[in-house]
Write a protein that binds this ligand. Structure first.
Ligand SMILES: [Zn+2]
Length: 307
């Protein structure tokens, strides 16, 4: 067995033992992941580090596609959104990223955190004892691998004032973005040039069913009905996705007993296609903006959001 083979085998064993544990909820594996990352830094174990970073990237993606995959995964069998079952609290990740220089994961972590209400953001999260304070109690410089049983719920981890301000500013910018989109791109939206109803005015208004549908979507988004129900009312990416989903929903109340009191939007196909494309474009814009919203534009690679 060559030295290289031996190293690869050790990496594999460490990764399987400490990090890759399919039998446990992913969020509870975070302490082991932190320990493995520290080990890899101390002993220059590049393979181990890369495998750990790969794992972190699935929880804290650097691409919009990755984010959507993560969000889909965080919906349980009953349709409830349960992100903390799958990923650890973003404040813990932010602290780890600061310690180990894992800057690329910060935009999605800040975005995740900014979806909490301001008071929850301020209060922080229960600490995982020892995980974010390296070897403070051992008297040695050896990195420790802590288990989830070391959790100490009495010691919350809170953001520094700087990090708190970044989070709240980013939250505010996200809200402004979505507010502007609702007003200019939904409520006052022009019908498509090829709108099917352009030449069939209703009450003297061309494209009336489409304008009526835009208005209805705007009202629903402003009420943030689905967002509040699933704890994602300050989540521009989710809000835009919901707006798209409204195009195909058939469960809007219309009070008409004849068709079961339910209906879909009366918007024409061309206006629907235009609107859907606009929402997806806005989602890509939100993702591109994350580093700037959270004051990370100087630290994050210029390629962010270009995928
Ligand atoms: Zn139309």
């Amino acid at each position: 067995v060559t030295l290289v083979q031996a190293q690869a085998r050790v990496t594999h064993i460490l990764y399987r033992y400490f990090v890759h544990r399919p039998d446990k909820p992913r969020s509870s594996q975070f302490p082991s992941l932190v320990g493995a990352l520290r080990l890899s830094a101390k002993y220059f174990a590049q393979d181990l580090r890369e495998r750990c970073l790969e794992r972190l990237a699935s929880d804290w993606p650097t691409t919009l596609r990755g984010w959507d995959a993560r969000e889909t995964e965080a919906i349980d069998g009953k349709g409830a959104y349960v992100p903390r079952e799958y990923t650890t609290h973003p404040i813990l990740l932010i602290e780890l990223a600061k310690e180990l220089g894992l800057i690329e994961f910060l935009p999605s972590a800040f975005y995740d955190l900014s979806r909490y209400g301001p008071s929850k953001i301020f209060l922080g999260t229960p600490a995982l004892k020892g995980v974010l304070s390296q070897s403070a109690d051992t008297g040695t410089d050896a990195p420790e691998i802590k288990s989830p049983q070391d959790d100490d719920p009495l010691q919350p981890v809170r953001l520094t004032n700087d990090m708190l301000a970044r989070t709240l500013r980013g939250r505010e910018r996200g809200q402004k973005f979505i507010h502007k989109f609702i007003i200019t791109r939904i409520l006052h939206r022009a019908a498509s040039e090829d709108c099917l109803y352009r030449l069939e005015p209703t009450n003297g208004v061309a494209s009336f069913p489409c304008y009526q549908s835009f208005y209805f979507i705007a009202l629903n988004v402003l009420r943030a009905v689905g967002g509040i129900a699933s704890g994602r009312d300050a989540d521009p990416l989710f809000t835009l996705l919901q707006a798209v989903e409204m195009l195909s929903r058939m469960d809007f109340e219309n009070g008409n007993e004849g068709d079961g009191g339910k209906c879909g939007l009366k918007m024409c196909g061309t206006c629907k296609a235009d609107f859907e494309e606009d929402c997806h474009r806005a989602r890509r814009a939100v993702w591109r903006e994350l580093p700037r919203w959270f004051g990370l534009e100087d630290a994050i690679d210029g390629q962010w959001g270009k995928e």
